[in-house]
Design a binder for this molecule. Sequence first.
Ligand SMILES: Cc1cc2nc3c(=O)[nH]c(=O)nc-3n(C[C@H](O)[C@H](O)[C@H](O)COP(=O)(O)OP(=O)(O)OC[C@H]3O[C@@H](n4cnc5c(N)ncnc54)[C@H](O)[C@@H]3O)c2cc1C
Length: 450
Amino acid sequence: METIAIIGGGAAGLAAAVAAGEAARARGCAVRVVVYEASDRVGRSILATGNGRCNFSNAVVDAARYRNGAFVAAALGALEEAAGTADAPAPEAGAAADGAAGAAAGASGAAGAGAGSSNAVLRFFADHGLLWRRESEGRLYPLANKATSVLDVLRAAAAAVGAQERCGIAVAAVEPPRGAGRPFTLRLADGRLERAAAVIVAVGGALPAGLLPAELPVAPPQPTLGPLATEARWCRRLDNIRVRGALELRRDDALRAREPGEVMFRKYGVSGIAAFNLSRLAQPGDVLAVDFVPAVEAAAMADFLRERCCRLDAVLGRAATWDDMLRGMVLGPVAEVLLDAAGLRGGAPVATGEVPAMAAVLKGLRLPVTGLGDPRQCQVHRGGLRASAVDVATCAVVAVPGLFVVGEALDVDAPCGGYNLHWAWASGLLAGRAAVARMAGRPESKERAR
Ligand SMILES: Cc1cc2nc3c(=O)[nH]c(=O)nc-3n(C[C@H](O)[C@H](O)[C@H](O)COP(=O)(O)OP(=O)(O)OC[C@H]3O[C@@H](n4cnc5c(N)ncnc54)[C@H](O)[C@@H]3O)c2cc1C
């Protein structure tokens, strides 16, 4: 029986294993699906996602949010086409943004109108029994609110089609066939050699050097989607304080991007989803501007402060100080930093001429970016096999027939929100099915690679 070897039992690898096993069963094709996983169990990476809750997809998957967005759009389109879901609504198991779960959505997509351009991934999960709910910004989480729920569904589906898990086995190199109809050689880290008729590389973002054939174009993996290090003068004083605000990324004083959301100050800079998302764009020399009062427009901030001052003067029966002005708007340590940044004294009554300085720091405390904060906290890697090297409808490496590269091992990444896992599932499904289709279409391949 021929073997499809899947290198990596994470998100993309497990999706590929299920897809390959099911495609083989549907075609009556005798294929052995083997998942080689370096760690002691498959799916560890999935369990770590979404703070253990697994934000496994998004109700609206906009391909423009991905690096190599045109490639991702075409790949997601191919998946819909293959699943016959291109015009169907996405199955929607979470009924409302407040997270109340609705009825199970099966392949019929019975539970209501879906939003979003891609639904084959959701349909895959619905078919395999996963219920989920929708939270803010379209983020989808399993109904059980635990990542293990997603992993359990995948492992059960993989087991049902006889996919084999081989844990504790790292593959060091994938060597292409040495002639037509011959198998791939997998060079294992312990020196052993194994063979496979097709190989799906799903090792995640830190694509190990030497794993893929040397001639393939690989952009060196770099961690991203993590905290940002900034000149730390203010941040050190605010360590561990969270603010519901917004971050702006500025380069040469021009606005590059704005991310509303939680900003968490750390000794070295800023963390939280807004910083994570901006880390994909930021470079040393850029400036982060923290907006502490997103509800008030920058142009209206000075008037807002003047009105606030008048009201406080009246209520307090004396001239309001800057301490009075900032109390109830920001936390005490933040107020101290803002006063220092604006060059003002908290105990002094507000002077009209001081208002613009405070308005400026409230709407944009400047933090010059020095680099990534802590690479170990980064959620994805930029880089990997260049998207141009693979066929968009199958993730097959064009120069090496029978080799597929999926998930983060490709040069695809996206902001927080379930997009990265969505890509992992989608690309794994494409490659798993395509690997079987390729083998089923090769009459000479029977019984060749054991
Ligand atoms: C803390 C954290 C939280 C995250 N939260 C989210 C989230 O909520 N939503 C979201 O969309 N994305 C999230 N991500 C990103 C998401 O986890 C990844 O984009 C996704 O898992 C990539 O899938 P993958 O299959 O390509 O790689 P992985 O899931 O990383 O799987 C790769 C697998 O390959 C194995 N492996 C590596 N090298 C070898 C080798 N040589 N031989 C054999 N096996 C090997 C690894 O052990 C691993 O099991 C998060 C990431 C992190 C780090």
